[in-house]
Structure formats: C-alpha cells, structure tokens
Design a protein around this ligand. Structure first.
Ligand SMILES: Nc1ncnc2c1ncn2[C@@H]1O[C@H](COP(=O)(O)OP(=O)(O)OP(=O)(O)O)[C@@H](O)[C@H]1O
Length: 812
C-alpha cells in the first residue's frame, strides 16, 4: 500500500504529491483486509488532492498507539457521547462549569446519546447548522484523548469527509515560549500527527484556501482555566500583525493558540476542545455551540475491553469472572483509564491472589515496583521544582523505567506533580474539608481530591507492604504511621457531619471506605474499623446528595456506610435528586432495607419500577413504590413536569403496564397523593402544566410561580387550570409581569376556587383598574384570608379605599 500511495506521474495530484513525504510503514497487514484497503485507497487517489491523502495515511499510523502495546484498531471500545446543556443562558456567568451543567437523570441521558457514529459530533441536531465550536468534557481518564485519536483515525479512513485537514494541538506545547513560530510551522511542524512536508508552502496554501474544511483539535489542557487565559482579549497590534502576515515566524505558541481560539486565525475552521469540566468557563461558554461528554464504559463495554485486552480465551474468561466478583473494581471500570489499570492488575494476579478492593489497593498494586517508583518520583520532584511536566532532558531514563512509566500511564497522560509530605502540619494541610465552611471553597483539582483519598487510604494500608516503599527504620516508620493515623482519625472524627455539604459527605464516605477495606488479607486495622463505625453513627438521618454528580463507583462506599449504619439500627432518608445516578446504583442504594424514604429523578424511578416489574421482583417494587417521595416538588426544567405527568398517569391508571398485577398500585402512587406543594419558576412549565391538564389529577395545596414572568397570557391560561385545582389553598404569583388584563382573568376565577385562602400578586404591573377587579371579586370568596397586592402602579389612595372595604387586602 505504501508504494501505491504516490500518484501516477502527470496525474492531477502529481504536483501536490511532491509536497509531502510519507514516513509511514505499511498501514495494514494482509490479515487486516489488504484488498479492501487497496480499493479504498485507489478511490482516494482518484478524488483527493495528494497532500490530503498523505496527511491521512500519516495520521492513520501515528494516532494508533495507546501505550503498553495497545493499539486503537485492536483495543478501542466504541464509547457513547451525551449532549449536555447548561442551566442558564450562560452568557454572563462566572460560575463553575460543573455547577452550570444541567444534571440529567439516567433515563434522559440515554435519550441524549449521540449514537455510535462519532461523525454526529459535528452535526447539529435536527438538521441545525453544523457545530463549529465544540467542547468535549470528561473527567481524568474518561477517554477524551482516546476518543480524539479515534476521530483522527476515522478521518484518516475517510469517514469524516467534511474535513480535508485535521490538526491536533496539544496544551503541553504551551511550555515552548520562544517567539519563533508562524501559523504554518505550528500546524505543519508542531501539531501532533502532522505529516512531514516537502513543500509546506503548497500545503499551507491549500489549508488557507478552504479553512471551512479544517478541523483543529485542542487537547492536553489540564484545566478549563488554561483555555480561559487564552481567550483573554488579544492586543490590537498583535491581531493586525497576525492577519497581515501569519507566515512570519515571530509568534509564540500561546499567541497562535489564542488567535485560533478567538477566531483571528483560520476563522472558518471547526474547533474541538477537550477539557475536564471543573473551573469557571465564562469566555468558553460564550463561544461554544455544543457541549458533549464522554460517558465512560457500560458493563458491556467493560466486557468488550477485557476480551480485547486478554486475547487468550482462558485468561479472558477467568479475568472476567474475577472482576465480576469484585464489585468495587468492576464499578471503577466505568472510567476507561481505571479499567486499564484493573486489567494490568488482573494480569499481574493471574493466580489465586486476592484482588485489591479499593482505589488505594489498586494503585498500590499497579505501582508495586519500588525501585522504579522511587526513580519516577525523583523525576517528578525535579519536574515540580522546575514547574514542568516534561521529562528533564539532562537525565537519562532507562528503557525499563520508560516501559514502567508507559505501562502505568504515568508517562502517557498524567502530570507527575506529587507533593512530598514533610511534616505533620504540611500533611494536615492536605486533608479534606479544611475550611469547614459550606460551599465556600474553590473547587479542588480532581487529581488533588484523588490524591487525598489515596493518601488517607495508604496510611491505613498493610504496614509491611508500605514499609517496602520507605527507607526509614522499622521503629521510625511505625511511629510516623501511628502519628499520622491518629491525626487523620482525629480530623475525621472531629468533623461536624451536619455542616458538611453533600459533596463533602460523599468524600467522607470515600475516605472511610479507603481506610476500611484496604487489607487484602481480610484483616482490619482497629483504627479504621472505628472510623467506619463513627461515620455510620454520625451521618445525618436525612442524607442528601442533591446536585452532586454521582459516578457508578461513588455509590459503593455510600452503600457500605449505610449498611453499616443498618447493623446498628440506623434508618436513613436519601435524597438522590439531581445527582445523575445510574439506575443500577439507584437500585442498590434505595433497595437497602434501612432506607425509610427516598427522592430521586422521577423518570429514573419509573424506569426502575418497570425493570422490577419485568423481572417479577414484586416485593422490592412494592417497597420502592411506598418509599418514594416527591413532596415538595421544585420543577426547574420542563422535563421535570414531563416526568411528573408520567407519574400522575401511572397514579391515575393505577398500573405501570397492562401486565402488572393490580395489588401494588391499587391505591395509586402514594408520592403523588402526598404532593401538596409545587414550585414552578418558568412560564413554559406553567403552560405545560395547563395544557397537559395535569392539574386535574393533583391535590396541590400550595402552588408557587414566583418570578416566572408568566404575563397576562400566562395568567389567562393559568386561570383556566386553577378551577381544577380543587384543594389549592395558597397561590403565589409574586413578580410575574401581570397587568390589568391578567388580573381580570384571575378575578373571574377566584370565586370558583373553593379552597383558596391566600393569594399573592405583589410586584406585578397592576394599576387601580386591576386592583379594583380583584377587590370586587374578593367579596365573593368567603374562604379567602389574605390578598397581597402591592403594585407600584396602584395609587396609594386606591389601596386605602380598598382596604377600608375589605381588610383581607394587605399591602405587604
Ligand atoms: N474508548 C476507549 N477504548 C479503549 N480504551 C480506552 C478508551 N478510552 C480510554 N481508554 C483507556 O483509558 C486511558 C485513559 O484515557 P484518556 O487518556 O483518553 O483519558 P482522558 O479523558 O484524555 O484523560 P485526561 O483528562 O487525564 O487527559 C487510555 O490510555 C486508554 O488506555
């Protein structure tokens, strides 16, 4: 195939073909379908300019490597991407991106998946215009870089035909600070996978001629902040000089990256930016037209990964078997990076050795080679001192060390920034929850959070094992460990559990899980047992994870603590709403028998009920129906009302499906019957409620539409629906831009609302006309106790008169 890649002399592509050399070896072996490849290749030769063909052939080779002898073609698992949304318009927000993202329930997440073809990344939904500024989100190890490499490979195989050129720009290149680059050298020399060019000018001209057919991918940026810095406004002089002569080799990588990201250079190209989702992202959000997230491995993906990793059928079967028996490791495999480490460990412990049961145990097992680890640490420390994550050039790194670094993933994708723990004070500073104040701390970098967890776990780890990593004498080591263990115990036991925010409660469960289960031999350190017991006894009874994204592996430590609490007779009420927990995790947690009540995404709960019904688990279903609570409900998205409508429908029909036995839902859904208060802050939702006639089946006593901009039209529709809310006592329409017209609609319906006692229409646009209609209507409402209607446009005199007639009318 390599020989076939140059075009016949005199062909259209001949000149262009001279522009680039082809440094690649034979791309495919005969067993990989040589004939198929040849014919595709001929097709390519016939229709594309040769530089494009060469770039593709080169890309095909260079993006294959996944480290540790794994290749993309043989080891890639097709993962899903989900489309994410942000809560508000996001235009002027300075909030952290992870707080701005709408957390979807599992059922909705499945609906938002893009499907297997990555080509859809660039397409707008429902034929919208193509996406041009795309953010790819995912925590560490979730597979962003790997997915990008796969995209590049797909492009090289002509599966993404809308792009002639794809360039991969790495954040690490920002450490090159000399002003010696031009856009041309950046793309053709510095970008990863760039082909070697014989005539770069010709290729560059081709790129500039059709920037719409260029895809630029940014990867390897540690944090969102790194992009935000690049999006700070460029100086005018720099912009004009870049626009005048982008070929002058006088720019730094940073300036060129900024100019591309700000659309000064290559303005029509498509940009794909990968990032972990923590930190503020106001500048980025202003520009982005699509937010995608890598979803991680499903249980089926994990099986596929293992079967590709272990090619020997015997090993494969036993590896799978052993993993399935090790629940926590299996859950960790949701993260592909950790899945790779798990495979490494499964490979190491082929025999009957016990597998690690915690993250600490897993990492320790992977990093067991003491000599190599200390060499790596020393390299890392040099890096920290030099503020660089690039391997120092002056140091010789042995092939063995390199292999170890690559195998463990430390050379490949992680910054080696470790902190040496020097004193107890310094160590204490690395412990969690230092400020103790609710939600006031800056969000931590993900790796710091994991390091803390790992550090705490290590302290309670098998001491003989640990000592192998140290050069202290036995006594000195024992004393040091004992002192630090005491410090951690005191710290964790001293936490005021009631003051911890939901994310901190989760972290506490993780720490305690790490310290409690690290011993592979089944033995337990008494200190760690004490910590588990203490946390289980002190967790608040109403345990909320509201708003904290829960990963599959998060639920295991929580379950562990809750079960422990159960053995001591503790009962819990769980709030898992707005946590995105997977349905399997929901089932494990709320299925525990010491859960009194639970809240969770309504759609997910219905899906779980349906699953239980199908599997015939009637006892569990019964329990989950009776423990589920939704009162009071705050609907902040349209989907919340759609979910409620579905639940009300089940309640009215008293069954999940036709085949269901009548007994379980004979009384309907208790959660719906108990829903008396609904907060509903958006006009769209209000209209939805009205149109769906949901109200007929709800027995609400309190309904708040505060600050919902419902206006006169909304008030009119609402008035129609209010008649059917027969139990409504309190209606809050505070600040809703309702004027006299809307007030008229409300005035008409008030006498028909049999239970209404309190109405609030303050801070609307009522004048004396609207006020008088409401006042007149009040006369026919015997049950009404208060009507609050202070509005700026109502003259004070009118108020006074109305109040004299009816003292139920209140100013405040
Ligand atoms: N789809 C996949 N198929 C097979 N292996 C994968 C896949 N995704 C990730 N991996 C494995 O997980 C490891 C970590 O993935 P990757 O480096 O792509 O994560 P990342 O999201 O870019 O992480 P970071 O934010 O730390 O850079 C890879 O080295 C690879 O071995």
């Amino acid at each position: 195939p390599v020989q076939m890649s140059s075009s016949p002399p005199g062909s259209l592509s001949d000149t262009a073909s001279k522009a680039m050399s082809h440094p690649c070896a034979s791309p495919l072996s005969p067993s990989n379908g040589e004939y198929q490849y040849l014919s595709d290749f001929f097709l390519l030769v016939c229709k594309s300019p040769c530089s494009v063909i060469e770039a593709k052939a080169h890309m095909n080779q260079s993006c294959q490597d996944m480290g540790s002898d794994l290749s993309l073609t043989s080891h890639y698992v097709n993962v899903q991407l989900s489309q994410r949304e942000i809560l508000r318009s996001g235009k002027n927000t300075n909030k952290d991106l992870d707080k701005e993202l709408v957390i979807m329930g599992d059922t909705d997440r499945q609906k938002s998946l893009l499907g297997q073809s990555h080509v859809r990344i660039f397409k707008g939904s429902n034929g919208d215009k193509p996406r041009r500024y795309i953010m790819l989100l995912g925590n560490a190890g979730m597979g962003k870089t790997t997915l990008i490499r796969k995209l590049c490979l797909d492009w090289s195989r002509d599966c993404i035909p809308q792009f002639d050129f794809v360039f991969f720009l790495d954040g690490k290149a920002l450490s090159l600070t000399e002003p010696t680059n031009s856009l041309q050298t950046l793309l053709l020399n510095l970008s990863s996978f760039a082909p070697v060019c014989m005539d770069p000018d010709a290729v560059y001209a081709q790129i500039l001629a059709a920037t719409k057919r260029v895809l630029i991918i940014f990867d390897g940026f540690g944090e969102l902040r790194d992009y935000e810095i690049l999006l700070q406004t460029l100086e005018k002089d720099l912009i004009s000089s870049l626009q005048k002569d982008s070929k002058a080799q006088t720019y730094t990588v940073r300036q060129l990256y900024s100019a591309i990201l700000q659309r000064v250079l290559l303005p029509g190209c498509t940009l794909l930016l990968s990032t972990r989702p923590r930190g503020t992202a106001s500048q980025l959000l202003r520009r982005t037209d699509s937010l995608l997230e890598v979803c991680g491995f499903t249980p089926t993906d994990i099986e596929i990964y293992l079967s590709q990793y272990f090619t020997d059928p015997g090993l494969r079967a036993s590896a799978l078997d052993r993993l399935k028996n090790c629940s926590y490791l299996h859950l960790l495999c949701w993260n592909p990076g950790l899945c790779r480490l798990v495979c490494l460990v499964l490979e190491q412990c082929k025999g009957l050795e016990v597998l690690p049961r915690t993250l600490t145990g897993l990492c320790h097992q992977v990093l067991q080679e003491r000599e190599l680890l200390s060499q790596l640490s020393s390299l890392a420390w040099d890096g920290v001192k030099a503020n660089s994550s690039i391997l120092p050039t002056g140091r010789t790194v042995s092939a063995k060390l390199k292999a170890f670094g690559h195998r463990t993933g430390l050379f490949f994708s992680y910054h080696l920034r470790t902190r040496q723990v020097v004193s107890n004070r310094a160590f204490l500073q690395t412990l969690p929850f230092q400020s103790g104040q609710k939600g006031r701390r800056r969000p931590q970098r993900e790796e710091l959070e994991l390091t803390q967890r790992f550090a705490v776990g290590l302290l309670f780890y098998n001491r003989t094992e640990l000592q192998r990593l140290h050069s202290y004498t036995e006594t000195a080591f024992r004393d040091m460990v004992a002192a630090k263990q005491a410090l951690v115990t005191k710290h964790l036991e001293g936490l005021s559990h009631g003051d911890l925010n939901p994310a901190q409660v989760l972290e506490a469960c993780h720490y305690v899980y790490e310290v409690s289960s690290t011993h592979g031999d089944g033995s337990r350190n008494s200190g760690s047992t004490q910590l588990v017991a203490h946390l289980a006894a002190n967790l608040p009874e109403v345990l909320t994870f509201h708003g904290v994204p829960l990963k599959p592996s998060d639920m295991f430590p929580v379950q562990n603590i809750l079960e422990r609490g159960g053995t001591k007779g503790r009962q819990f009420c769980l709030d898992l709403e707005n946590s995105g927990i997977q349905i399997s995790g929901l089932r494990s947690l709320v299925g525990l028998n010491n859960i009194n009540t639970f809240r969770a995404c309504i759609a997910d709960v219905i899906t779980l009920w349906e699953q239980l019904e199908q599997s015939g688990e009637e006892g569990l279903l019964q329990g989950m129906v009776s423990k589920f609570k939704i009162h009071p409900l705050k609907a902040t998205q349209v989907c919340h009302i759609e979910h409620l409508a579905k639940l009300v429908n089940i309640h009215t029909h008293k069954k999940l499906s036709d085949s269901q036995s009548d007994s379980i839902l004979a009384e309907g859904v208790p959660a719906v019957k108990e829903l008396h208060r609904l907060e509903y802050p958006s006009v769209f939702m209000c209209l939805f409620l009205v149109s769906d006639n949901l109200s007929l089946n709800l027995s609400l006593s309190s309904f708040s539409l505060e600050n919902s901009k419902i206006g006169d039209k909304g008030a009119e529709k609402l008035a129609d629906a209010l008649v059917s809310l027969g139990s409504l006592e309190i209606l809050n329409l505070y600040s809703n831009v309702i004027s006299d017209e809307g007030a008229e609609s409300l005035a008409d319906v008030l006498p028909h609302m049999a239970s209404l006692t309190n109405l609030d229409v303050k801070y609307n646009k009522l004048t004396d006309v609207g006020a008088q209609s409401l006042g007149a209507s009040l006369k026919n409402c015997k049950k009404m106790k208060t009507l609050r209607m202070w509005n700026q446009c109502i003259p004070y005199g009118v108020f006074e008169r109305l109040q004299q007639h009816d003292n139920r009318i209140l100013l405040q």
